[in-house]
Design a protein around this ligand. Structure first.
Ligand code: HXC
Length: 280
């Protein structure tokens, strides 16, 4: 059992111990975009706590350094690689350096995302494009860069084994969300990528491609931006939000043998919240 309520979490909440053995991802290598903060960092921490070597990709060197140092202090193997998922050359370099360092790549987590609240009327086409570029095009760019290593028989891996892609998405486009037209469109595209890639790359190369759609999650840069503490939201409502741990342990589950028959699906991890949107 892994004590995942470890000091690695920046959250003040306590979470239960992991239900998984600490060795279930031993020998695996995971690359997490936007992996130095928030949900991405918790996914990195939990994949590491279950045995994986970790490569973090992010835009800010000092944030990456702090994240890597925390992981190393906890006894995990981790590197941080600066890069922007919107740039093909960054994507290729980060994937190559990950494989140079750890000898293989098994798990790609596309977590990097852009977000801000804006009424559609005030959003410029470039603002709309920017979020599509980060979330949707960035996800495709990373998948493309990683393909040759994730294929069945990719470098360093047993010929029968293949890799896994986890796309972090959202639930807001299942219906519609105020001031999120750009993010809703981007995440709808990400979910479509998940299905198309799982069809083509699942069939041709045995790669599993799945999504995780978090609902509101406590203590994340995204929610600080979308629902800041000083915005007057009912505290009882905040208490219903999930923990980063909930998303990270879902990633561990998908990466484990228990996820071997799951492909092309998106798991909404929100305690059913999107089903309960109040009627107007
Ligand atoms: C209106 C804005 C804006 C804002 C940027 N733009 N911020 N428009 N309101 N608040 C517009 C700019 O005017 C510009 O258009 C275009 O977007 C590009 O802006 P830049 O600042 O040049 O872009 P860049 O520096 O690349 O930054 C992109 C960014 C990013 C998307 C703003 O820095 C960002 O948001 N980072 C936040 C990361 C984050 O919060 N991650 C968590 C995601 S949470 P013009 O026309 O002027 O050129 C998440 C969960 C969703 O995704 C689900 C929740 C339930």
């Amino acid at each position: 059992m892994v004590d995942s309520s470890s000091s690695m979490s920046t959250s003040s909440v306590t979470t239960p111990p992991s239900p998984f053995r600490a060795s279930i991802l031993q020998g695996k290598v995971a690359l997490i975009t936007g992996g130095a903060t928030g949900i991405g960092f918790e996914i990195a921490t939990q994949l590491a706590a279950h045995g994986a070597c970790i490569s973090l990709m992010g835009r800010r060197a000092h944030v990456l350094e702090a994240a890597v140092s925390s992981l190393e202090k906890a006894g995990f193997q981790a590197i941080g690689l600066q890069g922007d998922v919107r740039k093909k050359e960054d994507a290729n370099r980060v994937v190559e350096e990950t494989v140079q360092r750890f000898g293989r790549l098994d798990i790609l987590v596309n977590n990097a995302a852009g977000n801000f609240l804006v009424v559609a009327e005030d959003l410029s086409p470039n603002g709309f494009r920017t979020v599509l570029d980060i979330d949707a095009v960035g996800t495709f760019t990373m998948c493309h860069a990683a393909l040759k290593y994730l294929k069945r028989g990719g470098i360093g891996r047993d010929p029968s084994e293949s890799g896994l892609i986890i796309n972090i998405t959202a639930t807001l486009h299942y219906t519609a969300q105020w001031y999120q037209i750009h993010v809703s469109a981007a995440k709808a595209a990400v979910d479509s990528l998940t299905r198309s890639l799982s069809l083509e790359w699942g069939t041709d190369y045995g790669i599993h491609v799945n999504g995780i759609a978090p609902g509101p999650i406590k203590d994340t840069p995204g929610m600080e931006k979308l629902a800041p503490e000083d915005a007057g939201m009912d505290q009882a409502k905040r208490e219903t939000w999930g923990e980063k741990w909930d998303i990270a342990l879902t990633a561990v589950f998908l990466a484990s043998d228990a996820g071997r028959h799951i492909n092309g699906t998106v798991l909404a991890v929100d305690n059913g919240a999107w089903l309960k949107k109040p009627a107007p």
